[in-house]
Design a protein around this ligand. Structure first.
Ligand SMILES: N=CN[C@@H](CCC(=O)O)C(=O)O
Ligand SMILES: [Zn+2]
Length: 412
């Protein structure tokens, strides 16, 4: 099966020579070809270039992209798409003056979602989650990481991870699974952290490894949640089962968590609404990808990740949605890219790099996703006719996507 897209006004994120990620000043460069073609064979990118070099269209399904922009689909490296019910009431409580921390300390927040999820059957959880997955695919996401962490019991964490596995078997989108048993201490372990950490290490992790349900391990390293020392124990135990750390850190406070994550070779450190000069120094020259989640900052009114300062220091940055019921009930990566430009002062080029190739790196798939490169997965967004790709973040409330292809299949 061959698809030939012709007369593309702008073909973005073209990388003849593959790169794993882009950092600092490199992020301001988004390589593109004007008046281009793109050839897809089965699930892969077979060829691309200027229209002057366009191959014959024999045997191909033809798409005319006159006036349109074509770019790789978004790589959303941080989500919690599998959850039960919602937290609309907490949304209204916050409007009426309560903070995220106050709601959590009253037994709301993550524990509220965990109670709902424990009471929901695996089948129902799958059906609720697939609606969200289908929505983000239509919005141009072509690869997604999904975390557990609303189970908080052996049985419920396994239920979440089995749902993630089933989604990955039933949809063309690449899905990476992360075990986040260390998302919050269940109330019965509030005064017995040791007991819950032992449950994670001695029961949850071995059961997950037996069923091969996760590739990554995460923890909410934050004041009032998991300390640096507790997180390090979980990272070490996860590694024993082959899981690579990707850690929630510096959302509300900076407690030297980033240093610990880098020391343990974390693939990514995520949130980073609060970042110190020491954190930046530690990330510099590491292989750990910092990940910003601007929709979370927007929704719960907390600071935005200081992108300019980080890029100026030469760091890379990825953007992800954080789709979850508490802090970010949206997986729309178009909004993420626009918000990064509008609120974090990232240029469109930087934001698109952050949401494609760097997002792919932050989920360990930049050899197959995140750029227009021969041999990579045919994951493509075709936009409506645009004056230029600047319109994508500029017209932040409009749906400018015409068609999405994931692994060579049209999504709709
Ligand atoms: N901060 C930790 N975890 C999630 C939100 C958890 C929740 O409130 O349900 C996040 O990434 O924002
Ligand atoms: Zn998160």
């Amino acid at each position: 099966m061959k698809i030939l897209i012709q007369n593309i006004k702008e073909l973005l994120q073209v990388r003849e020579t593959p790169v794993a990620k882009v950092s600092g000043a490199e992020m301001a460069v988004l390589p593109k070809i004007d008046h281009a073609f793109l050839l897809i064979e089965n699930d892969r990118i077979a060829d691309f270039g200027p229209m002057a070099d366009c191959p014959s269209s024999e045997d191909c399904e033809l798409i005319d992209a006159t006036g349109k922009t074509v770019l790789p689909t978004w790589c959303d490296s941080h989500t919690h798409i599998v959850y039960a019910g919602n937290r609309e009431q907490e949304f209204v409580d916050r409007i009426n003056g309560l903070s995220y921390e106050e709601i959590a300390s009253r037994g709301g927040g993550i524990l509220n979602s965990a109670k709902k999820l424990q009471e929901t059957s695996e089948e129902d959880l799958y059906n609720q989650s697939k609606v969200r997955l289908e929505e983000v695919m239509r919005q141009g996401t072509g690869a997604v990481e999904i975390k557990s962490g609303y189970g908080l019991t052996v049985e419920a964490e396994l239920k979440m991870l089995r749902v993630i596995k089933r989604l990955s078997e039933n949809y063309p989108i690449a899905i990476k699974a992360t075990f986040l048993g260390a998302h919050a201490f269940p109330s019965e372990y509030k005064e017995n952290h040791e007991g819950y950490i032992n449950l994670i290490i001695n029961e949850m992790l071995p059961a997950i490894a037996r069923e091969n349900l996760a590739q990554y391990v995460d923890a909410f390293l934050e004041t009032g949640y998991f300390s640096v020392a507790e997180t390090e124990r979980i990272i070490e135990a996860g590694k024993q089962h082959g899981l690579i750390p990707k850690i929630h850190v510096n959302q509300f406070t900076a407690i030297n968590g980033i240093e610990a994550c880098v020391k343990h070779g974390a693939l990514s450190v995520d949130h980073l609404e609060i970042v110190t000069d020491e954190d930046i120094a530690v990330l510099k020259d590491s292989t750990t990808m910092p990940v910003a989640l601007p929709s979370c900052s927007y929704f719960i009114s907390i600071p935005y990740t200081p992108a300019r300062k980080m890029l100026q220091a030469g760091l890379p940055l990825a953007l992800a949605s954080d789709f979850n019921p508490g802090t970010t009930p949206s997986g729309n990566m178009n909004f993420v890219v626009a918000t990064a430009c509008i609120k974090m002062k990232m240029t469109p080029e930087e934001a698109i790099n952050a949401a494609t190739i760097n997002g792919a790196y932050a989920m360990g798939i930049s050899d197959t996703h995140g750029s227009i490169t021969k041999g990579k997965k045919a994951n493509i967004i075709i936009t409506q006719p645009l004056t230029s790709y600047y319109q994508l973040p500029y017209a932040f409330g409009s749906n400018l996507i015409d068609q999405v292809l994931i692994e060579g299949q049209f999504i709709q």
